[in-house]
Each structure stands twice: as C-alpha cells, then as structure tokens.
Ligand binder design. Structure first.
Ligand SMILES: Cc1cc2nc3c(=O)[nH]c(=O)nc-3n(C[C@H](O)[C@H](O)[C@H](O)COP(=O)(O)OP(=O)(O)OC[C@H]3O[C@@H](n4cnc5c(N)ncnc54)[C@H](O)[C@@H]3O)c2cc1C
Ligand code: SF4
Length: 462
C-alpha cells in the first residue's frame, strides 16, 4: 500500500540555534504544505488510524477537508471528538497510535496525522473560528478537580451538554502538566495552551485557581454544601519518585517535576523572572521517558552539558521517538545501560557526580521489556553538578485521604470503573489520577467517557 507522494517534511528550528532558546522546535505546516500532505491520505473505507486513536477522531474526514483547502470544515470535524487539537497535534505519541496504524506506514511513511491536526488546531485559533457551542443550561452542576487534559475534556463535554461546570485548580495557572511540565519549546503556553483553554471557557466553564480540594474545600463539601450534583477528579499524578540510593539528599538532586516546574510555570529561563534554577556546568538526568527528555533538553537550553542516564538500551526508551531524535540533534549525551548506585557529594554537601554500574539486558519482565541486570565489577563515575530524577510519578494521596469511601489501589491510584465511576456514588475520576502517569490523549479520553457517565448519573436521579 505504497504512496508515490513522499511525506511532506515539517519545518523545524536548526538544532544548534534551538538548543540555545526556548522557542518552539517544530514550526508546523503552512496551508500549501498541509494540503499536499493531506492529499496523500487514501481515505480508507475501514480507517485503521481512527480505531487506533483513543478518542476516535474522524481522521480521514478531517484530512479530506484539509486536502480540499477547507481548514474551517476540518476544525469542525475534529471538534466533535477533541477540544484540544493544537495540544494533541503537538504532544500525542502518534507513532504508536494513529500514525502507527496508518495503512501507508506498512510499506512507506504514514500520513503525518499529528502535524495535520496541529495545523487545523492552530488555524482555528488564528482565525477565531467557533466550532462548538454550549447547549442551553439544563440546571445540573458539576465540579471538576484539576485543570489538566482530563479535567478540561470532561468540563467541555459537560458544558456542551448543558451543565454548569466549575473547575477547581490547586496551582495559580490552568492546564496541569501542559503548563507546568511540558516545556515551552514543545508546547507554547500563551500562544497555544492558554488559547485552547480559552475555547473551553467560551463554552461557559468557570475556573477557579489556587484552590486545593481536600484542603481549601473538601469533595464532600462540594457535594453537600456547594450544591454540585457530581464531582469529577482529574488531579493527575504529580508526586515524584526517587531511587532510594545513598546521596539523594545532597544539594543539587531534584525531581524532574521540580526542575521543569521552575523552568516552565515559574519561567526560570526568563530574565524578567526571579525564579532560581541551579544547573552548574553538567546535569545528569536519570530516566528515559518524555519527562527525562524534557528535563535534559531544558538543562541544555539553560547552558549545561546534559546527559541522559538510562538503565536499559536505546530500543527500550519509553520517550516518543521524535523527542529522542530532537534531543540527539541538540547534543544531548546518552549513557545507556547505565544505572546510578550512589550520588557523590562534595565536603560542603553539593553533588559532584554519580557512581554508576553498567547493565546488560536479561529475560523479559511482565511488561515484555528485557530486564536490566548488573554487569559484575563494572562500577564507574560520571561527573556532574546536578542530578535530575525522572523516574515516574504517582497520584498525590490528599484527595483519597480526605474523602471517605474513595478507594485506591496499591500504587495510590484512585479506583474507578471503565466509565470513571469511583467507589463513591456521584464521584467520578479519570486521567493520571486513575491510571498513573500516562498520556494527554488517554487523560482526555477518560475525561470524555466520565462526562457521559456523569450525565447518565445526574439524569437517573431526576
Ligand atoms: C514533563 C512531562 C512531559 C510529558 N510529555 C508528554 C507527551 O509528550 N505526550 C503525552 O501524551 N503525554 C505527556 N506527558 C503526560 C501527560 O502530560 C499526562 O498524562 C497528562 O497531563 C495527564 O492529565 P491529567 O489531566 O490526568 O493530569 P495533570 O495534567 O497532571 O493535571 C492535574 C491537575 O490537577 C491539579 N490538582 C492536583 N491535585 C489537586 C487538588 N487536590 N485540588 C485541585 N487541583 C488539583 C494539578 O495542579 C494539575 O493542574 C508528560 C508529562 C510530563 C510530566
Ligand atoms: S489509515 Fe492512513 S491512509 Fe487510511 S484513512 Fe487513515 S490516515 Fe488516511
């Protein structure tokens, strides 16, 4: 199923230039490029790409509109299934989802579905094209905890059904990981995230920031005193993990969450802001996921020599292929099959390096990935001034601890069924708070599924 037209390359900032700035790496398609790329789509009768999209965006339908030079029509089609196309077009792991299943990928290159989605989303933001409207109010009210992709998707679907929706967000900015985690050079905050969130607010969704549900107000108070008919919890998984090795308490060891929050939310890279961020000359980032790539590329842009330390091989790197490719282009060093066993310190308590062991791959573990095992006698040191731990995160226990009857599993994730119903009637949950750290599109999908379940729950009680 080859296509004679090659995939239209997307313009990007030159690696040597972008490694010194926080501007967006990928510049996206213009209309002509988007039309050419869209014309590669075969408009399959049984589109495998749609089945592989967690929110089932009608991919061939929107691509057909792009090919016809009608981005407005394409935006309308995407809006039926996704309220955040500019964001998803930038950060979704398309290579394992829609593009990974595109029939053109069998013998050649798949259609650049993500770049086309991004083009349509940006076109809509730039042209102020309204694509979805709130339904007349139906009298129901829903509280949403957290303004990440799960909360935003749930809120916008409920608003479109006619519910009065209010989002409560603990931080001073709206967007969850989209604003505090994923860096500006991958996802511009003002130009994209803030404007896509404004679209959600345009549907009538209210947002209150600086409210820590479980502290400022409890979930029970929202239901019993504030008159909400149901609550959706989309509080994410922001609690960082550490390795538990000697030396982790030294000055200069930070979690990726803290490092990225300082850089993104608190804009430490911008001279107009006072936020301190310490990199020294050399930064070692431990981990191999998207979070690790974001941290190491941020460190590089802050002027450090930056290295990834990962215990498996290149093949097992969980980060998106595009991020690994971009990191390499920007001069990031990769120390694969390497595991730290101790953080080494100076006499005055600062990091001076990592003691590591070499690893080799043994038998596959339950996830199918080959487990790394230590090579005997292989200890060596890596000199560095800062160690960033990017080893994964878990949900914050606050909401489960302050809400009677809300069960969690052994990882601390909220227990919820496939529709998002928790163990307490009227309380629903989705996104990273339920699955543990996952992806933007899965969080959005969970928010949308829960919105339908919340609608059924409220209607069943009338
Ligand atoms: C650095 C980084 C890079 C990533 N890169 C990618 C990527 O490239 N592609 C991808 O698909 N995914 C990526 N992810 C994962 C993705 O961002 C998450 O899976 C997704 O954001 C989860 O959405 P969510 O709505 O469940 O939670 P979050 O985005 O975490 O949002 C939860 C929100 O709830 C708020 N909150 C928490 N507790 C409370 C409370 N008690 N009261 C009020 N508010 C509360 C938090 O402040 C936060 O704003 C990345 C994650 C990180 C950290
Ligand atoms: S699988 Fe590929 S070619 Fe077929 S409809 Fe989807 S994007 Fe187009």
């Amino acid at each position: 199923m080859a296509n004679r037209i090659p995939r239209v390359p997307v313009r990007e900032q030159e690696p040597a230039i972008r490694a010194t700035n926080f501007e967006e790496v990928c510049l996206g398609y213009d209309l002509g490029e988007a039309i050419r790329e869209a014309s590669r789509c075969l408009d399959c009768k049984n589109p495998r790409c749609v089945a592989a999209c967690p929110v089932h965006i009608r991919i061939p339908d929107f691509i057909r509109e792009v090919a016809a030079g009608n981005p407005q029509g394409a935006a309308g089609i995407i809006a039926r299934d996704s309220s955040l196309p500019s964001i998803c077009g930038r950060v979704c792991p398309q290579e394992t989802q829609c593009e990974g299943s595109c029939v053109l990928g069998i013998k050649g290159e798949p259609v650049a579905i993500g770049k086309l989605e991004r083009f349509v989303g940006d076109w809509k933001l730039d042209h102020g094209a309204a694509t979805a409207a709130a339904a007349p109010r139906n009298g129901g009210r829903v509280a949403v905890v957290g303004s990440g992709p799960a909360g935003l998707a749930c809120a916008s679907d409920l608003a479109r059904m006619g519910y009065g929706v209010k989002i409560f967000e603990a931080l001073h900015k709206v967007g969850g990981v989209l604003v505090y985690g994923i860096p500006e050079f991958r996802l511009p905050k003002e130009r994209i995230v803030a404007r896509e969130i404004a679209e959600v607010q345009r549907l009538g969704v209210e947002i209150e920031t600086d409210v820590v549900v479980g502290r400022t107000v409890t979930v029970d108070a929202l239901l019993d005193e504030e008159g909400f008919d149901a609550v959706f919890i989309g509080s994410g998984a922001g609690l960082p993990r550490f390795m538990g090795i000697p030396g982790e308490n030294l000055n200069g060891v930070v979690s990726a969450n803290e490092f990225l929050t300082r850089a993104n939310l608190m804009r430490a890279y911008d001279d107009a802001y006072d936020t301190p961020i310490h990199t020294g000359r050399r930064v070692a980032v431990v981990g191999g996921g998207n979070v690790a790539m974001d941290a190491v590329r941020t460190a590089r842009r802050l002027g450090a020599e930056a290295t990834i330390v990962y215990r498996r091989s290149e093949k097992e790197l969980p980060a998106r292929a595009e991020e690994v490719h971009h990191a390499r282009e920007e001069g990031i060093e990769f120390r694969m099959l390497t595991n730290p066993v101790e953080v080494l310190g100076t006499d005055d308590g600062w990091v001076r390096g990592l003691r590591c062991v070499e690893m080799e791959l043994g038998e596959p573990d339950p996830s199918g990935r080959r487990s790394p095992v230590v090579k005997p006698g292989s200890e060596f040191e890596i000199a560095c001034d800062v160690v960033v731990m990017a080893l994964g995160t878990s949900p914050n226990p606050l909401l489960a601890a302050t809400t009677e009857g809300l069960a969690t599993d052994r990882r601390g994730c909220l227990t919820a069924d496939e529709q998002g119903a928790t163990t307490r009637p009227g309380i629903f949950a989705g996104g990273d708070a339920v699955t543990g750290a996952a992806t933007v599109i899965l969080a959005m999908g969970a928010g949308r599924t829960a919105a339908r379940a919340i609608d059924e729950y409220i209607r069943s009680r009338r």
